[in-house]
Design a protein around this ligand. Structure first.
Ligand code: PGA
Length: 247
């Protein structure tokens, strides 16, 4: 039985001061064992969030890192720094990083390999544009993203990777994929993982849906067989997130 994972992706929102305020509002009601609850905060907020979340079951992640161990990479943050500051998870390959910051499949593959090497738990994002959705070629595109990202990842590492299916047309738009559309792709991703590894890996790996998840649609989406929770953007910054956690 896969444990659901509900992660709030704060994106570039919340100063350290605001982090304290938001966590104070959310933490008691999000402090549950029934699902894995995760706050994925900006790197600069990790230390503050770590202090605020002490004594709770809520897990902490950040949204990006660089794959090298250390060195002359001005402006970048390493896995070791993130772990030392108190976070366990990292998002890799979010469509905003692929689109705005031009991260390609090769970079994302290096980050996935490095996350496992240095002990950060990755949430790997994939998902198609509206154009590919309308053309009908979205599955082949997602298959390509998954195969490329998992190149060089062994079975044990694969099981300990979370995948987030996030159709770009549903992110921040208020236009969610229907639960059937989301399930179709999450099941397809599970089949791709089965072909790359085996049935036991496919059955164990957790696959989230992301894209305009809110308190009104979470229950229907998360109830689908192949959907193991969600990656939540906008609604994770509000008390609505509590209702999503307790969908
Ligand atoms: P959204 O963002 O919930 O605001 O659509 C989801 C995401 O980008 O992770």
């Amino acid at each position: 039985m896969r444990k659901k994972i509900v992660a709030g992706n704060w994106k570039m929102n919340m100063t350290p001061t605001e982090t304290k305020e938001l966590i104070a509002k959310l933490k008691d009601k999000c402090n549950t064992d029934e699902v894995d609850v995760l706050f994925v905060v900006p790197s600069i907020d990790v230390t503050t969030a770590y202090e605020c979340l002490k004594g709770t079951k809520i897990k902490l992640g950040t949204q990006n890192f660089y794959f090298e161990e250390k060195g002359a990479y001005t402006g970048e943050i390493s896995a070791k720094m993130i772990i030392d500051a108190g976070a366990e998870y990292v998002i890799i390959g979010h469509s905003e990083r692929r689109g705005i910051f031009k991260e390609d499949d090769e970079m994302i593959n290096k980050k996935l390999i490095a996350s496992h090497k240095f002990g950060l738990k990755p949430i790997l994002c994939c998902g198609e544009s509206l154009e590919l959705r309308e053309k009908g070629t979205y599955k082949a595109f997602i298959e390509g993203q998954i195969k490329s990202a998992f190149n060089g990842i062994d079975k044990n590492q694969a099981v300990n990777t979370v995948i987030a299916y996030e159709p770009i047309w549903a992110i921040g738009t208020g236009k969610t994929a229907t639960s059937d559309e989301a399930e179709e792709v999450c099941k397809f991703i599970r089949d791709v993982i089965k072909a790359l590894y085996d049935e036991s890996v496919a059955n164990a790996i957790r696959i989230q849906y992301g894209g305009s998840v809110n308190a009104g649609n979470a229950k229907e989406i998360f109830s689908k067989e192949d959907i193991d929770g969600g990656l939540v953007g906008g609604a994770s910054l509000k008390e609505d997130f509590i209702n999503i956690v307790h969908y």
